[in-house]
Write a protein that binds this ligand. Structure first.
Ligand SMILES: Cc1cc2nc3c(=O)[nH]c(=O)nc-3n(C[C@H](O)[C@H](O)[C@H](O)COP(=O)(O)OP(=O)(O)OC[C@H]3O[C@@H](n4cnc5c(N)ncnc54)[C@H](O)[C@@H]3O)c2cc1C
Length: 428
């Protein structure tokens, strides 16, 4: 196969046009930097990850998406609620008890094919060049520095593009951490998800219509229940594979409906309406990249870290990291310095957010833990729990974690995510 070399045509190459790539791309292009987004799929494309949380507001606002979100058909979301297997519901954690109701506290349940298309179009409108159906195959290296990528388009043409910085926004593919041996799994968070879509099943009314419900499966896992527009509801179960396939059951429909019987609230919600008939499965191993940046390279969104989706934090972290990295690269391009050390603040900020969310996730999966008991002992903890559930993850939650530790152990922070240069020079 022939490889063509393109003259250095851009300031930043972005691998992947999901929320992380589109957000970073919009910011860089708006500043006038020549920005190229290479996306493997043809949009609109299916993607899981449909429930937003309040702290998506700031990056969406930064890239001019709020008016488009408000004009969209996406269902408004004000809260998250937890339901026991016997059907008992917690009080909804309404985000407007902590944040402004007109802005941050109202978020959305989206259809990712539509939402991601809107984000990618937005990056285009700001001036980013987007090439769909183009797969990045390889990073181009000059010594230990990434200097661009080799990509193949849908006709099979392979070409090289060069830029002073490449952003890995490849999501689940985790392009660079998989290839460089930087992928670190999170051993207790290895789950699989099985889900389907219902048309016209039961849902709440008024401000509760868009409530995300997390419904427990006894000691084992949980359901998500996410009401969407056009009367559709996304509903899925997450648990360990061994549990979901117990007794040798492999058929996705059979797995799903067996678990529906394990939660009375979910069973009631799905007692009317009908499944679309399509069932999906995904293994979702929480993972972290050993490094967050290296010479000529920075990792963004799921490519940097992926956390169990129980608290719907993924798109927020992807947009937030796209936002931060876009600003950091802009400053670096102006200063003529894109060394890994310039990404130290970005990496530390993302790790702090991931670690706070991760503690909440570990507590959630511990059978000895209950939000109700924590709040009974410390009524004022409800506020901080709502903050973390909202995605306000760069706060100091040390008091909350001390309180949680009276009930269950929580994991220590992982020593991952620093830029390669600074970590190596400190002997980490
Ligand atoms: C079961 C499940 C449920 C979830 N639920 C939620 C939820 O309710 N709310 C939430 O916020 N998050 C949720 N998430 C997480 C969410 O899906 C992700 O965190 C989010 O999509 C990350 O965005 P991203 O831009 O980093 O990656 P992605 O959205 O995955 O985008 C990456 C893009 O890169 C492209 N790409 C990959 N490799 C290449 C390549 N080599 N060349 C070119 N292009 C490439 C892909 O085609 C893709 O379009 C869930 C995840 C799972 C598994």
């Amino acid at each position: 196969m022939t490889t063509h070399n393109e003259a250095q045509a851009c300031d930043a190459i972005i691998i992947g046009g999901g929320p992380a790539g589109s957000c970073a791309g919009a910011i860089l292009a708006e500043y006038g930097h020549r920005t190229l987004i290479l996306e493997r799929e043809k949009f609109p494309r299916f993607h899981i990850g449909e429930s937003l949380i309040p702290f998506t507001f700031h990056p969406l606002e930064r890239i001019g998406m709020i008016p488009k979100m408000r004009a969209s058909a996406f269902v408004k979301k004000y809260s998250v609620t937890f339901v026991q297997p016997d059907g008992r519901r917690s009080q909804p954690f309404y985000f407007f008890t902590r944040y402004d109701r007109e802005t941050v506290a109202q978020t959305w349940q989206v259809l990712r094919s539509e939402f991601d298309q809107m984000l990618l179009d937005n990056a285009r409108e700001k001036g980013a060049e987007v090439r769909e159906e183009t797969t990045v195959k390889r990073l181009l290296m000059d010594g230990d520095r990434v200097v661009g990528v080799e990509a193949t388009d849908k006709s099979g043409r392979t070409y090289e593009v060069r830029a002073p910085i490449t952003l890995d926004c490849s999501g689940k593919e985790a392009f660079t951490s998989n290839r460089n041996g930087w992928r670190m799994n999170d051993p207790y968070l290895n789950k699989i998800a099985v889900w389907t879509y219902y048309k016209d099943s039961k849902r709440g009314v008024g401000i509760d219509e868009g409530d995300t419900t997390v419904a427990y499966v006894p000691d084992k896992g949980w359901f998500w229940h996410i009401p969407q527009h056009n009367g559709m509801t996304s509903v899925g179960v997450v648990a360990e594979g061994k549990y979901l396939t117990r007794g040798g059951v492999k058929d996705l429909k059979a797995i799903f409906h067996r678990e529906v019987e394990e939660n009375l609230w979910i069973k009631d919600r799905l007692s009317v309406g009908r499944s679309t008939g399509d069932y999906y499965i995904l293994s979702e191993y929480s993972r972290h990249s050993r490094y967050g940046a290296a010479p000529g390279l920075v990792l963004v969104g799921d490519a940097f870290a992926f956390l169990d989706p129980v608290f719907s934090s993924g798109v927020m972290l992807a947009l937030k990291s796209g936002h931060l990295v876009g600003e950091t690269i802009h400053a670096g391009l102006l200063a003529g310095d894109l060394s890994p050390a310039r990404f130290a603040t970005y990496c530390a900020s993302m790790r702090q957010g991931v670690e706070n969310m991760r503690k909440l996730v570990y507590a959630f999966y511990d059978p000895a833990f209950s939000f109700r008991e924590v709040i009974q002992r410390y009524p004022d903890a409800a506020g901080e729990i709502t903050d973390c559930l909202s995605g306000d993850v760069n706060k100091d939650f040390s008091q909350l974690w001390r309180r949680f530790r009276e009930f269950v152990p929580l994991p220590d922070d992982l020593p991952y995510g620093e830029p390669l240069d600074s970590a190596v020079s400190r002997g980490v």
